[in-house]
Design a protein around this ligand. Structure first.
Ligand code: GAR
Length: 215
């Protein structure tokens, strides 16, 4: 359920990353242009060398590394991560290439305000190596999905998808670049919907303007 905060004021976003952060950049750019009534208040990575942290610092955004290798197990890491995220009082938590599975306690704590982008047309190709698998299958179409995060890996309700054609001679790298282009369009769009109070998760269904989103 959306808090009334989203209707009245700037939506506070915490973004979790593990790498390059090009989706983070797309979201920061849209916020900076005033295209989304939101601000990225913090960026957290589990990898110190993630370029996304540099992007955040360059934009004057609070940037932190919480390395999972410093914790004894997933639960301890997730607890520390949740505490760090909560410290920024987010209305929305955005996973943007965060390459760790989050346990049920974390997911439940942020239910309805936790979204992810996955590089496939879900429910096709959950998990890793999605571009390689699409090419190996001879798929004609591929893409990316933004979804609410639930306890089922890469299986939460889909909010928006972007499609690209798979060309005959595509390598995984070329296809990934094409998918990235659509990711940079659909992720700010989904964040914008949430920030303006139009998007919610209710009874396991993603709603836009109160209507179920179906692909
Ligand atoms: C994106 O392609 C995103 O879909 C993928 O990681 C990439 C991050 O790129 N996420 C996953 O695979 C999650 N399972 P970025 O760091 O340049 O935004």
């Amino acid at each position: 359920m959306l808090s009334s905060n989203n209707d009245a004021k700037t939506c506070r976003i915490v973004v979790l990353i593990s790498g390059n952060g090009s989706n983070l950049q797309a979201i920061m750019d849209q916020c900076g242009r005033g295209g989304i009534p939101a601000e990225v208040t913090a960026v957290i990575s589990n990898v110190e060398s993630a370029f996304g942290l540099t992007r955040a610092r360059q934009a004057g955004i609070s940037a932190h590394c919480l390395d999972h290798r410093d914790f004894a197990n997933r639960l301890e890491y997730d607890d520390a991560l949740a505490a760090l995220v909560e410290a920024f009082h987010p209305d929305l938590v955005v996973l943007a290439g965060f390459m760790r599975i989050l346990g049920p306690q974390f997911v439940d704590r942020f239910a309805g305000r936790l979204i992810n982008i996955h590089p496939s047309l879900l429910p096709r190709y959950p998990g890793l190596d999605t571009h390689e698998r699409a090419i190996a299958d001879g798929a004609k179409e591929h893409g990316a999905s933004v979804h609410f995060v639930t306890q089922d890996l890469d299986a939460g309700p889909v909010i928006i998808q972007g499609r690209v054609a798979v060309m005959k001679d595509d390598s995984a790298e070329i296809l990934a670049a094409r998918v990235h282009d659509v990711e940079h369009r659909i992720y700010p769009q989904a964040v914008g919907w949430f920030a303006s109070g139009r998007l919610a998760l209710k009874d396991g269904v993603a709603l836009l303007d109160g209507q179920p989103l179906t692909d």
